[in-house]
Design a protein around this ligand. Structure first.
Ligand code: PYR
Length: 315
């Protein structure tokens, strides 16, 4: 524990010199300082849903701009990745008038909703590009992508707004959280700057298990070899076009999960600030060559239990 405390501001570099960026999942400007103190090198996932929940109307462009700008200021030059609104029929947001859906996780959410609701998408993009004009490192990330067509349309809208505002070009990435995006990673990577894998949703969709199912949820293990193979495929697809890959789901913050992801070639891990110290300690105490070998073994396992048993091989 003491070693963890002392090491949390050090980079996550393995004993044989392989570095992984460690970022935090942070939604509010007032939580940034604590994340940096916990060892975060940036914010890898800012969920913007909170701006829209528990209120009577949408936050306007001005309010969103102020929030993104405050995030960037608090980060003092460290990178910020903002995920555009990821909302759907599972959330209670009366003023959005979203139609009720029998199966909201397979319905109108994320990019699917944004592309149909320009009244939500455009003010958010305008606020983001205005914040980017300050010159601090901001990236935009779109959720629930399943096709190149969605990317092309979203990038077209971004570019129009960017020009209108005379704002700088910013990196545009996508969440990889649907198996379709993971299996098409080599194609999609040509058109985006980065991927961030949402392992919670990717697991739910790959295993067809509702994360909130009272009986089955425990089996929705992100270390299931089927999920690991999708992550592997995503990393390989990205590498074909020189793109980086992050993971912002739960296993990024689990020391063994982080070790496996690093072995699979993931470049950035974004997690809850409280998990940073133990993940950094795990990676700093490991050899990348060993983690890469471990990851290969995990890809060859028959079950999540078998993958978890590999933990005993880590010193
Ligand atoms: C996921 O893991 O699904 C996230 O959205 C982070």
């Amino acid at each position: 524990k003491e070693r963890e405390e002392a090491e949390r501001s050090l980079p996550a570099q393995t004993r044989d010199g392989h570095s992984v960026e460690v970022a935090a999942n942070v939604n509010r400007p007032d939580q940034v300082a604590a994340a940096i103190a916990a060892g975060a090198e940036g914010v890898g996932l800012m969920r913007t849903e909170f701006l829209f929940l528990e209120r009577d109307d949408s936050p306007d462009e001005e309010e969103q701009f102020a929030t993104y700008q405050a995030m960037l200021q608090a980060l003092e030059g460290r990178p910020l990745i903002v995920r555009t609104l990821d909302i759907g029929g599972d959330k209670q947001v009366p003023y959005l008038n979203l139609p009720h859906e029998e199966n909201p996780f397979l319905g109108m959410r994320g990019a699917r909703l944004l592309l149909r609701r320009r009244d939500l998408l455009e003010p958010q993009l305008r606020a983001l590009y205005r914040a980017a004009r300050g010159g601090q490192p901001l990236s935009i990330m779109f959720p629930m992508i399943t096709s190149l067509k969605e990317i092309t349309r979203l990038k077209g809208l971004c570019e129009g707004i960017r020009r209108e505002l005379n704002a700088p070009v910013v990196p545009i990435g996508i969440m990889v959280e649907v198996p379709a995006a993971a299996t098409l990673a080599d194609k999609l990577a040509e058109h985006v700057d980065f991927f961030s894998i949402g392992t919670n949703d990717l697991t739910q969709y790959a295993l067809a298990i509702d994360r909130q199912h009272p009986e089955l949820a425990a089996e929705a293990d992100s270390l299931h070899p089927a999920v690991l193979r999708l992550i592997h495929q995503t990393v390989q697809g990205a590498a074909q076009h020189g793109r980086w890959v992050g993971v912002c789901g739960g296993i990024a913050g689990d020391p063994f999960g982080a070790a496996l992801l690093t072995g699979l070639g993931v470049n950035e891990l974004s997690m809850s600030p409280r998990d940073i110290a133990s993940v950094k300690a795990r990676l700093r105490g490991s050899d990348f060559a060993k983690l890469a070998e471990l990851a290969q073994q995990a890809l060859d396992c028959d079950s999540a239990e078998e993958v978890r048993a590999l933990q005993s091989l880590l010193s």
